[in-house]
Ligand binder design. Structure first.
Ligand code: SAH
Ligand code: SF4
Length: 348
């Protein structure tokens, strides 16, 4: 009988999972902390690099385990902004994208949580792909490890705003976020990790109950259910009343203000009446408001003029909430918010 060795991939394992792994290898026992730091802090790609482990130990590890889950397929760099879009192939040939966004005071990586997305928001390129599968915690955290090695810089901020709905893959997203945040891991502060959700109410409630300290952003895009269901189909399942109750509870229990994301779509949600409805809805919720002028991605939706974007922000000015306009970078390489639509599978 031929012997087939299936190697265990260590990327994405947390400390207790690594402990379990080494417990079965007598020679490596007690080395799980070293392994953890080699994988997440020193970002090793090969056991041969692990210089504080003996040579026989490194060989043993290489025989039973491996590190890394992503293969780079393509890298596009925006001449305008220096933003870099990575197209990765996963071990099953599926594909995802991440975007590196350099700014004066921070270096952000926008990462994916799923291959495609099942929720089909009408204006979103990922939404048009449909859903293929969830990413594992390893596939999520490896996007950050890969970008840090490639840029030869430390990422300062991570946003779950790439492909997929993080709160439809909550376990893996939270495990990955913990590794990204861990002091002996990537050590990115919890306030520099943003989880953006379309508004999956039970997952927001879990996030609140478990007292996670990452920033919470919620994609609203419309201030009435009647309007919202036209572009965000999942709003039928989680209407605004439920969503707002969950957000008030989040604020009350955490003391943290959620960010409300509002993609400005010309002629759909950018009128003065829309701004007034938004004010009314958010009046009693301490929050921040992020206006995202639409990035062309799906036919039928357009970006309002810069004057209209300014006017919309001004109409919200009486609100206590801080309102900011986020002009995404990287649209010249289709890497701006909502433009990620990697073909989900390698061509045969
Ligand atoms: N699934 C999550 C994360 C996705 S993307 C969510 O929906 O929140 C992050 C933000 O970009 C969301 O607010 C999303 O609605 C918005 N977005 C999607 N497509 C866009 C586009 N083409 N232009 C501008 N924003 C877009
Ligand atoms: Fe999915 Fe978010 Fe795109 Fe909606 S906006 S389809 S939830 S990725």
């Amino acid at each position: 009988m031929s012997e087939k060795t299936i190697k265990i991939n260590l990327t994405g394992l947390d400390q207790s999972e690594l402990e379990k792994f080494v417990a079965e290898l007598p020679e490596i026992k007690f080395r799980s902390r070293q392994l953890f730091s080699w994988i997440y802090q020193k970002k090793a790609t090969d056991f041969a690099q692990m210089s504080d482990l003996s040579l026989p130990l490194r060989r043993k590890l290489a025989a039973v385990a491996e590190i890394g889950l992503l293969a780079l397929v393509e890298k596009s760099i925006s001449p305008q902004s220096g933003s870099t879009k990575y197209l990765f192939s996963l071990q099953d040939g599926r594909r995802i994208e991440s975007v590196y966004i350099p700014e004066k005071d921070r270096r952000t990586l926008c990462i994916s949580s799923q291959v495609g997305c099942a929720l089909g928001c009408r204006f979103c390129a990922t939404g048009t792909l449909g859903f293929t599968r969830n990413l594992s915690a390893g596939e999520i955290v490896d996007q950050v490890l890969f970008a840090e090695r490639d840029q030869m810089l430390e990422i300062t901020n991570v946003v779950f705003m790439g492909m997929g709905e993080p709160f439809m893959n909550t376990d893996a997203v939270l495990q990955a976020a913990a590794l990204i945040n861990h002091a002996d891991g990537l050590a990115i502060g919890s306030r520099h990790i943003v989880i953006s959700t379309v508004g999956i109410v039970p997952a927001i409630e879990r996030f609140t109950a478990e007292k996670h300290r990452y920033k919470l952003a919620v994609s609203l895009h419309a201030a009435t259910d009647e309007k919202r269901v036209q572009i965000v189909p999942i709003a039928r399942k989680y209407p605004l009343a439920q969503l707002m109750t969950a957000l008030h509870a989040y604020y009350e229990k955490s003391g943290r203000r959620p960010t409300i994301e509002y993609a400005l779509l010309a002629g759909f949600n950018d009128s003065k009446a829309d701004a007034i409805a938004l004010q009314k809805l958010l009046r009693s919720l301490p929050c921040k408001i992020n206006l995202i002028p639409y990035n062309p991605a799906v036919a039928g939706f357009e970006r309002p003029s810069p004057e209209r974007v300014d006017a919309f922000a001004a109409w919200l000015a009486q609100m206590p909430a801080a309102v900011s306009v986020r002009w995404s970078q990287g649209d010249d390489i289709n890497a701006a918010c909502g433009q990620l639509a990697a073909r989900t599978q390698e061509r045969q």
